[in-house]
Design a protein around this ligand. Structure first.
Ligand code: HT7
Ligand code: ZN
Length: 873
């Protein structure tokens, strides 16, 4: 397969001044007439991308071209032209109902009741018409849709409405004009039977905007929360960044058939229903938060992505990292900031750190790819957001806002690069941010080691910081990066000490940021009366792995006293790591376990602590994160050790205290969505799990009762999960009840599949295989595949990594079947093989055999082949 390299970038040879698209829509066959006003930029022929298109006609400046007057080969249509301007028109046919890859124009749902929609990012537009399908070709669009009125009563495209009417033959038409130049990947249309909810919105700069959320009739009553979230997002972007919406209408559409979470098409966002629909009976608290976050993310792209877009796909993090960061700040403002930070860093550690530690590791700005769809990764998104966070931290709140203002002003209507971004942030503040560019080009998670030494005679504390990034594919030697370390020092009573660095005349504050720029550097703090306990990397100020040898009592002190909510939690996580090591080594009664369990028992009886934070503190790192603490991975041993430490925790708190608290939370159960109700549900879930772990019979009874009495999905699903793990036989009836109760509710059924896919042990594969035979299961729906196969392979270590390798062989089989339908989905599921090299020998061998065999096949898609080739390395 061919490789695309950043170093080979060349500006487009022809620009598109305007494009007019006319669609004659049909489920089996759609015709597309595209008229491009082209303007020469270089002495080259016109080259347009096109894949899977049936070319019907081609006209140059009104003259139909014959076969010898153009070349059509390898997905490119080439036409030689003399002048500097021309009009090129193509008419093509495409087949939406046959498009199971969900890229380009496709059918969502059934032939009879479903609707047509498009997905163009990254390179889907070339499946719709011939076009320079690259993000640095921006054009204004006029789009005319024609279709049968009864079958497609609703016709939508991005831009402002510009007329609609009847064609007199049972068909109708609608036209849309988008005045903002955009690249092809932001084009979208939707056509079918859809209902809507609407709201009027006036922007801060006075524009009246009609907001419409569209969905199929059976789910339209579950869109209200998304509408509220949209309004909050629009208001927030005005206040936090001074960004106003810029069209007269904003459409949002829900589909059950979608490859990713959502898509920010200009004026017509399209959402996976999973991130748009929410109601108390079928959505959990987490899902409500995800809806708010994804609605915000897509909306924020209107400026960070659409008004200022990417020059090429290597710059993907320019829009994605920045937009994730903007969403994180919004969600922190709407909800609890420390809890949001804990959630985001947990995700980074769970998803991005392993990605960056294995064969799929790549820089936030990759230097090459063979399939761009495989670079919508945790590294580009989540690590990219951490890089923006570091820049924002470096500039301070006002400086960052000034820099963002300049970025939007300078690059509005342009396709920009990461250099442009750092340039604007730096220029607005008179600083040089170029050193941070290295973060974008270097793969791997840096290890930051910290070593403190106290000098009693000089009353000084010397903190030595060192950094080192392990080699990764193609990058054997890593350079030092600027690492901002926000820190405080605590005395033995838990008081934060005023900080005066050597050479300064007075202490400035109890918290400050030092920046490590070289491989190592010492920072000396003066006037320190006794050996302090450092709180490092507060708020997770840089995306690194901190290596600092703390004694258990020091972590316990931070867990008790650190005012930084994130670091307080993180001290608990580190302490839990030490407790885990002890349990793994057969010492569940050791000092680390006692320190962890006793510290948490103390917090448990502290009335001042928030229920949600307490629930997080009571949750040690999961089995997936704990594998990092193993030289060789044996999922059964990891699970057993983790359970041993949880038992020690339950016994330190005391079962009576756990039960009393659980009962009181249960007595307050409600379906309320306010923060306090959500926090109670979260804590209740932790307590139920702990109680079930120490006494399976009691756990069974409590979980069954909670399932029956649950006022909403959060309590219901938590009870069902605990019951299924604790007492599988007793869970059969409630599982069947759930299946029946939610028959026809796709999103609730996904949770039913996912819950069972997570159940641990050797029986897991057989259970998953039985679930594949459920009437509701299909390999054609990405959400369903993720719910059952993705959840099993990614989040069920004891089930997927069974010692005989049977689950590996089964997944390989399914990957081939999925790939024939939807390569993007197959490639994503295949990343579950990422960590095979670090498994214990028997499993490693079994996984390797499967991966090598798959990688050797010649009949797989470019998407899947690319992942397998890299994973097999
Ligand atoms: N920008 C969107 C990316 C996306 C996508 C990429 C490849 C294939 C299908 C896709 N659907 C959406 C999502 C976002 O980050 O907002
Ligand atoms: Zn995005």
């Amino acid at each position: 397969t061919s490789v695309i390299r950043l170093a080979d970038y060349r500006p487009p040879a022809w620009a598109v001044a305007h494009v007019a698209l006319e669609f004659d829509l049909g489920i089996d066959r759609t015709e597309v007439l595209a008229t491009l006003e082209l303007v020469r930029q270089a002495d080259e022929p016109i080259r347009l991308d096109g894949e899977g298109l049936e070319l019907l006609e081609l006209h140059l400046d009104g003259r139909r071209l014959g076969e010898g007057e153009y070349i059509l080969a390898n997905g490119v249509l080439e036409v030689g032209v003399d002048g500097d301007r021309c009009t090129l028109a193509t008419r093509v046919a495409v087949r939406p109902a046959e498009n199971t890859a969900f890229e380009g124009l496709y059918l969502s749902g059934s032939r009879d009741a479903g609707f047509l929609l498009t997905q163009c990012e990254a390179e889907g537009f070339r499946h719709i018409t011939f076009y320079p399908d690259r993000p640095d070709v921006l054009s204004t669009f006029t789009v005319t849709l024609r279709a049968d009125k009864a079958r497609f009563p609703v016709l939508l495209a991005g831009g402002n409405p510009d007329g609609a009417g009847d064609l007199g033959d049972g068909r109708h038409w609608a036209r849309f004009v988008d005045p903002h130049p955009k690249p092809s990947y932001l084009f979208a249309l939707v056509a079918g039977r859809l209902e809507r909810i609407s709201r009027d919105y006036t922007t801060a700069d006075g524009r009246a905007v009609a907001l419409h959320i569209w969905a199929e009739a059976d789910v339209i009553d579950r869109c209200d929360y998304a509408m509220d979230s949209l309004e909050r997002s629009m208001r927030w972007d005005e206040q936090a960044y001074g960004r106003n919406y810029d069209l007269d209408v904003f459409h949002v559409v829900a589909t059950h058939d979608f490859n990713m979470g959502a898509m920010e098409n200009k004026g017509l966002n399209i959402f996976n229903a999973k991130y748009l629909l929410a109601d108390p009976d079928s959505s959990t608290d987490d899902e409500y938060r995800h809806v708010e976050a994804v609605v915000a993310h897509e909306y924020f792209h209107n400026w960070s992505g659409n008004r200022v877009t990417c020059r090429d796909w290597f710059q993907l993090s320019l829009k994605e990292g920045l937009t994730v960061f903007r969403e994180q700040s919004f969600s922190a403002d709407m909800n609890s900031a420390p809890l949001k930070r804990i959630e985001d860093v947990s995700l980074l550690r769970r998803a991005q750190f392993p990605e960056d530690a294995g064969p799929l590791s790549h820089p936030v700005r990759p230097s090459q790819y063979s399939e761009i769809n495989n670079f919508y990764t945790a590294t580009v998104y989540e690590k990219g957001a951490e890089l923006v966070r570091m820049l924002a931290g470096h500039l301070g709140h006002q400086g960052f806002r000034k820099g963002m203002d300049l970025y939007f002003e300078r690059h509005d209507g342009q396709a920009a690069t990461i250099e442009d971004y750092l340039g604007a942030l730096g220029d607005a503040n008179g600083v040089d941010l170029a050193p941070y560019l290295a973060w974008y080009g270097q793969a791997g998670t840096p290890r930051l080691s910290a070593e403190g030494r106290y000098d009693e005679g000089k009353r000084r504390y010397r903190l030595l910081l060192r950094q080192r990034t392990p080699a990764s594919a193609g990058q054997p030697n890593k350079q030092p990066l600027p690492v901002p370390v926000r820190l405080s020092l605590f005395d033995a009573s838990g008081r934060a000490l005023p900080l005066r660095l050597e050479g300064e005349t007075q202490a400035s504050a109890v918290e400050r940021t030092v920046v490590l720029t070289g491989a190592e550097q010492a920072f000396v703090f003066e006037d320190i009366d006794a050996a302090p306990v450092p709180s490092l990397l507060r708020g997770f100020s840089a995306p690194v792995i901190l290596e600092c040898e703390y004694a258990p009592r020091e972590l316990a002190l931070l867990l008790r006293h650190d005012a930084d909510g994130f670091n307080r939690w993180d001290a608990g996580q580190q302490l839990a790591g030490l407790a885990y090591d002890a349990c793994r080594d057969g010492e569940p009664a050791g000092a680390a376990v006692a320190a962890w369990a006793d510290a948490l028992a103390g917090l448990f009886s502290d009335a001042g602590i928030d229920d949600a934070l307490l629930a997080e503190l009571l949750t040690p790192p999961g089995e997936i994160e704990l594998v990092e603490r193993q030289p060789e991975r044996d999922p059964e041993r990891i699970r057993a050790a983790r359970q041993a430490m949880l038992r020690a925790l339950a016994s330190a708190i005391g079962t009576d205290a756990l039960r009393t608290r659980y009962d009181s939370l249960r007595a307050q159960a409600s379906a309320g969505l306010d923060a306090a109700s959500q926090a109670r549900r979260q804590l209740k879930r932790r307590l139920l799990d702990l109680l079930a772990l120490v006494d399976a019979n009691e756990g069974k009874a409590l979980a069954a009762a909670q399932y029956d009495a649950a006022p909403g999905m959060t309590d219901r699903l938590a009870a069902l999960a605990t019951l299924a793990v604790t007492a599988p036989a007793a869970a059969e009836a409630p599982l069947a009840h759930f299946r029946e109760r939610y028959d026809g509710n796709a999103l609730a059924l996904d949770k039913w599949f996912a819950l069972q896919a997570q159940l641990p042990g050797d029986g897991a594969l057989a259970r998953v295989q039985a679930l594949e035979r459920d009437d509701a299961f299909t390999l054609k729906n990405p959400n369903r595949v993720q719910a059952l196969l993705g959840t099993f392979a990614r989040t069920n270590p004891t089930g997927f990594h069974r010692a005989d390798g049977a689950a590996y062989r089964w997944l390989a089989d399914r990957l081939v079947a999925i790939d024939a339908l939807n390569p993007q989905v197959a490639a994503r599921v295949a990343t579950a093989f990422n960590g095979w090299k670090r498994l214990e020998p028997a499993r490693r061998e079994a996984a390797h055999a499967v991966v090598a065999e798959l990688a050797g096949r010649k009949d797989l898609s470019r998407d899947l082949t690319d992942i397998l080739a890299r994973v097999a390395l």
